[in-house]
Design a protein around this ligand. Sequence first.
Ligand SMILES: *Cc1c(COP(=O)(O)O)cnc(C)c1O
Length: 410
Amino acid sequence: MEVKDQQFQIQGVSLIDLAQEYGTPLYVYDGEKILEKVKLLQKSFSGVNLKIKYATKALSNINILKLMKKAGTGVDAVSIEEVKLCQYAGFEPHEIMYTPNSVSFEEIQEAVALGVMINIDNIPMLEHFGTYFGNKVPICIRLNPHILAGGNAKISVGHIDSKFGISILQLKHVLKVVEAHNLHVIGLHIHTGSDILDAEVFLRGANIVFDAAREFKGLKFLDFGGGFKVAYKPDDISTDIEEVGAKVSQAFKVFCKEYGTDLEIWFEPGKFLVSESGYLLAKVNVVKPTPASTFVGVDTGLNHLIRPMMYDAYHGVINISKLDGPERIYTIVGYICETDTIAADRKLKEVQEGDILAIKNAGAYGYSMASNYNSRLRPAEVLILNSKANLIRERETFEDILRHQLDIGL
Ligand SMILES: *Cc1c(COP(=O)(O)O)cnc(C)c1O
């Protein structure tokens, strides 16, 4: 985003104009930014057979999925609904990785019928699968490498007491089940969590997968999940993707040589690809000085962006209505009847009622985690591509709040 003609713009499109045209709150995505991230990732892993499986759950609008498809990625889906959404957006079954947790066997069977790659997350499911499908359907196995990593306990999923994946300590058991049912295992997977900074953590994970992979014949790919850290604060460091790319690619090449097959290396980034592309625009309803702080109350809240309250996430905020003048300290809060602080003690250009604030890094886990709490409507979404703003989701209406409710005539 740049300051030009006294307006905050993305690809020459003014955000203030968008707020006026489509109303607030409004999610806006910079399509070029997403494409730039895909290219950066592709470039960082040159020399290996990289497949990017975009983590659909981060931002699942079908137009974003189509954009990923155009950019040459595949997708990772964590529910049967996401699988169907990806197919709707044009992904072929072989481009879709299905990584469910705690789902029913019926849902797995449905995914098999749709022809997508199944990632098995627990031993009982592996046994069911073997009994039912034997070696007829190729599978991937999700391992838990027990690496404690990630920015927040709620997004750290690879530790010893995590519900995700099959413990690496149970590998012998896994191998027994695989042998007993003659299972056709073509991939191994780990996803250790979100906001992992360090190339060394990815390397540690990779080495654990390599060790496990030596026990399997006929593998086609190894999947190292997502979790690249994105800079949210101005002075935050993000994963040095080029460093991770260089180090992991090097280790991967050495392993492939030893294994005797040129395997595919898969990653499933969500946040990395879409976080920075997104802005949530909100209008200031009230500026409320109190003895402790000056609150800025806006027309959105944890119903539309839950990350600050759920993960203590930091999101940058700018007053895009005010380019000059003095700055003051504010605490930006939502309109939900619940403490929903979006950003505490932030310096903004002096805020007045009616100003438009842009909440940054709102692309990932923003709209996709939005709800109707307080019976509020979910916002519209706009995607800017080739310097053109496209409405990709209409704002909800009051009818949407009533939809599916049955009035039993009381
Ligand atoms: C959520 C998730 C991802 C993406 O994580 P990010 O932190 O957004 O990169 C990747 N793989 C799986 C299995 C996931 O559940």
